[in-house]
Design a protein around this ligand. Structure first.
Ligand SMILES: *Cc1c(COP(=O)(O)O)cnc(C)c1O
Length: 345
């Protein structure tokens, strides 16, 4: 049976986008200092400061689990707690990395519709106890765009900041798909982060079109004190740092990071539109970024898989997650829809 050339499993199934690859190859000319003491790393960090319009501290690590785990560890003592959504990647997909890196800071799970924190539930967790036996709440962690393909609006971010201020909490943002949220919201990177009170952002490069690499951006710079040592100890200091930094520079300088995200979002919007035209199909959440979730009968799932289609059914609350990437073509959607319609018949 003919395998489809494309998939909807994850944006990390995709390869390297041309701009990231061009800069990677350009960085492969000659010898340069190691451990980030090179021009590429300096230029990439400066480019982040220009992008966010502020004097932030920037670190490059290999993956998102490390970015989240190490940045949360930097915000917490071992007796602190981090409040996050029950479907948060740090809870469900990092194998206890944040707790491990922080020597035991506990994640407290809040509920909320469509993958977004419900403020009343966050406040319930903060105020439930104040005695010495309860891990002291220190951080609220949000995912932007969320694991369920929705985004926090600017108003929601500000409301969260107000709540965090009332209890002197830090805000950590898992921005594995921050570019997709940005493309969806039409606000500036500054507006959606430090101007909305985000203290630290883990910014995803891999799913956006790089081979490897995430950036950790500290807007509150005192929080980054000694962070380089933490990265080194955790095995996250790349000696050939230029090969993470240069592709980042490529994404930012050419604007590809945003056009890649726009492209992925637009393909997901097209997929959503095609799915909505099928009578009886139920989409599970509003589609606001680059993924669509839907309910399908087990027989249809099996039929699609038999045709070679790849997608996840374990994310969040179950259902079929269809994730679009920077390089997902419309024809993939069309082909998938043909196969879906016959699978449902
Ligand atoms: C993919 C992803 C990450 C990073 O995962 P790694 O595999 O460790 O790079 C972090 N947060 C979210 C929400 C993700 O989807």
């Amino acid at each position: 049976m003919k395998q489809p050339a494309h998939q909807f499993a994850s944006d990390n199934y995709s390869g390297i986008c041309p701009q990231a690859l061009d800069y990677l190859l350009a960085a492969n000319q000659g010898d340069v200092p190691s451990y980030g003491n090179d021009d590429w790393t300096q230029r990439a960090a400066d480019q982040f400061r220009a992008l966010f319009e502020t004097d932030c501290d920037v670190f490059f690590v290999f993956n998102g689990t490390a970015a989240n785990s190490l940045s949360l560890a930097a915000l917490c003592q071992s007796y602190h707690s981090v409040i996050c959504h029950e479907t948060a990647h740090i809870e469900t997909d990092e194998c206890g990395g944040p707790e491990f890196a922080s020597n035991g800071s506990k994640l407290l799970l809040a509920q909320g519709e469509h993958g977004k924190l419900n403020l009343a539930d966050v406040e319930r967790l903060i105020t439930r106890r104040s005695d010495i036996h309860y891990p002291k709440p220190k951080v609220v962690s949000i995912t932007q765009a969320t694991e369920l393909g929705t985004v926090y609006s600017l108003e929601e971010l500000h409301a969260l900041r107000d709540l965090a201020d009332r209890y002197a909490l830090k805000i950590h943002m898992d921005g594995s798909r921050f570019a997709n949220a940005l493309a969806s919201l039409d606000k500036s990177p500054a507006q959606l982060t430090w101007q909305a009170g985000v203290d630290v952002l883990c910014l995803g490069g891999t799913k956006n079109g790089m081979a490897i690499g995430e950036a950790i951006v500290f807007f509150e710079r005192e929080l980054a004190a000694d962070f380089a040592w933490r990265c080194k100890q955790a095995g996250q200091l790349a000696s050939k740092m230029r090969f993470i930094a240069a592709p980042w520079l490529g994404l930012l300088e050419t604007g590809a990071w945003l056009s890649n995200a726009r492209q992925a979002n637009a393909t997901a919007a097209y997929l959503e539109q095609r799915l909505r035209a099928v009578p009886g199909l139920r989409l599970m959440f509003p589609r606001q970024a680059n993924s669509v979730f839907l309910e399908l009968p087990a027989t249809a799932i099996a039929a699609l898989r038999a045709k070679g289609w790849m997608f996840y059914t374990f994310i969040g609350v179950g259902g079929v997650r269809l994730m679009c990437s920077w390089n997902t073509p419309r024809q993939a959607v069309d082909q998938f829809m043909d196969d879906l319609v016959s699978a449902l018949a």
